[in-house]
Design a protein around this ligand. Sequence first.
Ligand code: DON
Length: 311
Amino acid sequence: MNEMDKLESILPEWLETSRLQSADGTVATYIPELSKAPQDLLGIQIMDKSGRAVSAGDTDFSFTLQSISKVFTLILALMDHGEDAVFSKVGKEPTGDNFNSMMKLELIQPAIPFNPLINAGAIVVSSLIKGDTAEHKSARILEFFRELAANPELDYDLGVYHSESETGHLNRSMAYFLLDKGILQGKVEEVLDVYFRHCSVKVNCADLARMALVMANNGTDPLTGKSLIPKRYVQIAKSFMITCGMYNGSGEFAIGAGMPAKSGVSGGILTFVPGRFGIGVVGPALNPKGNSIAGVDLIERLSREFEWSLF
Ligand code: DON
């Protein structure tokens, strides 16, 4: 039996076992709109390079990218400006702090955020996206996401966007701090609008799997043959995903699954097996580190069974 056939036969049952973990997690409430997601929801899609997809669970559910978007805005900023310019504004190191912490910003000089996947770093990255206006920058980001997901229908969840924009006081305070330190340039409210918008792009597991497949294939969509990301930038993004993609849970996930991954507070996880599979998961109940509790459980079990770990 080949791997996809085996996945097809075991996935529904394995998903139901992992789903039980959801009871021990917590759906995010700090963005009020996210609190509406069902606690025990869990879905997964795995796609190989021929386009064959295996899925299980609640794959119809739509959710917002949240922090998963940060991987792709980083890539777009790198495509816009190159490595030297981007990494003069944001660092390359894990923090060991929560994703929305600003603690370390005051401790180092210059006050550049530790990495592009924490909120402070991603806000700086949003300020680097090329475009004449905030609308133009957001349109370029959305167009890039649509290409990666091979889905021209991708759009914002405006309910989540407004909900975060109205309540994102901590992100606002970070952005003003970074303005004061000369790290952030431009109009802060416009930068934040670009950031809140890319976090609120609505996807499903199939969209995530397809975006992940492009990463797994070093930046080329294997189904269209179109090169969407230079290989070097996939390499950079992949390194950040391993070291910081699951925040404070990144080391644990590297040991448990050993795959590049990025989580979002909506419960999404984008992960992949380089050269082989793109994987999209959603499970809104989060563990204390802010990662989908059932999603992590399922990916770790699959990785062990199929020996997907890079290490
Ligand atoms: O800025 C925020 O807080 C959210 N838009 C994104 C945070 C997030 O997804 C953290 N992930 N676990």
